[in-house]
Design a protein around this ligand. Structure first.
Ligand code: SF4
Length: 344
């Protein structure tokens, strides 16, 4: 159900949804809607739409910028940080998409930048109801300084397939189906994510994939080699702009949320250490084993695609990739968007 706070009436997203014939209920500002994931509230929130991903100085961060328009997600991943971070389960969307546009364009005014909406929500899960992609894609098309990422675990690409891709990447977070079944309730099955990726690639979009979070299981190697086989059989390497790889990590308060979930999670079976940023992580030797296996399996099939670690220690870059990527700006410069390369 879509609710509109009174102060959001007349704002661009509200007007857009009215034109589309969306069924919306007007409420007073701050009215306490039932706090569930199927409730969406359009608000007049204006502040801090685009900001750098909150990395730390300890683990290597790629200087990704988050466009924070939607807060909350209809999916229910066991490891989702939003459980600990957001004070609500319903989804709040800023209806002031004109201010969002200004914030995005201001963030890329002085140079190239990778920006995306998939941090405080899934970029496409609600695109059938609140089609933000139809508003954001034209913004991305306004300047070649931007590479706009739609990051998803859904297969909702209908709107994207109805538009001309300009300065956009569509990316999927991937896990083996056995892990999706247990840890990623309500998301699209792997087969449908890969079908959607193939459709986007055929339509001309660049693709990205996130092996994040890698989750340790008894049959880790079997599951992840099967996943990599399915991915590399589904799309061409030349259509893939980047792949991120990272092991499960989380702040202590998220571990408490995971313990309180109705369905027991295999995430709690791992042995963790407290990382330098205070987050629980697998032991370093386990992380090395997981990252090395996934990297080597990917490289057996795809020789050239750009692969990076998200929030990993420089020592693991030294050990497993091309060496320490350095500070945010130097790391960022490694992306194909900054230094295009030709994949034959
Ligand atoms: S898709 Fe992302 S934002 Fe949505 S529940 Fe899963 S981890 Fe959270």
């Amino acid at each position: 159900m879509i609710f509109v706070e009174k102060s959001a009436l007349g704002l661009p997203l509200t007007a857009f949804l009215e034109r589309e014939g969306a069924d919306m209920t007007v409420i007073d500002d701050g009215f306490p809607v039932e706090d569930k994931k199927s409730n969406i509230v359009l608000t007049a929130r204006k502040d801090n739409f685009v900001h750098p991903c909150p990395g730390t100085g300890i683990y290597r961060c790629c200087n990704y910028h988050v466009a924070d328009i939607m807060q909350g997600c209809p999916f229910d991943c066991a490891y989702c940080i939003l459980q600990a971070y957001l004070p609500h389960r319903h989804i709040r969307v800023s209806a002031d998409t004109a201010a969002v546009r200004e914030a995005i364009l201001a963030a890329v005014k002085n140079g190239k930048r990778r920006v995306g909406t998939g941090e405080l929500s899934d970029s496409l899960a609600l695109d059938g109801l609140v089609p933000l992609s139809r508003i954001l894609m034209p913004v991305a098309a306004e300047t070649d300084n931007i590479q706009f990422e739609f990051k998803t675990k859904s297969d909702r690409v209908e709107n994207l397939l109805a538009m001309r891709p300009v300065n956009a990447v569509v990316s999927w977070s991937l896990n083996p189906q056995e892990i999706i079944d247990k840890e990623e309730p309500l998301t699209a099955p792997l087969a449908r994510r890969l079908e959607a990726a193939r459709a986007c690639s055929r339509h001309g979009y660049k693709l990205g994939f996130h092996f994040d979070p890698l989750i340790m299981t008894e049959n880790f190697r079997e599951l992840y080699s099967g996943l990599i086989e399915r991915l590399t059989d589904s799309v061409e390497e030349s259509s893939v702009e980047f792949i991120s790889v990272s092991t499960f990590r989380c702040p202590a308060e998220l571990l408490d949320c995971i313990r309180r979930r109705k369905t027991p999670s295999s995430l709690l079976l791992g042995d963790f250490i407290r990382g330098l940023d205070g987050k629980a992580r697998y032991f370093k030797a386990v992380r090395v084993e997981m990252l090395r296996f996934v990297l080597e399996s990917l490289r057996k099939r795809w020789k050239k695609v750009f692969i990076y670690f998200c929030m990993e220690h420089e020592s693991l870059w030294d050990k497993l990739l091309a060496g320490d990527p350095g500070d945010r700006e130097s790391f960022e410069a490694l992306f194909p968007f900054y230094s295009p390369r030709i994949i034959s």
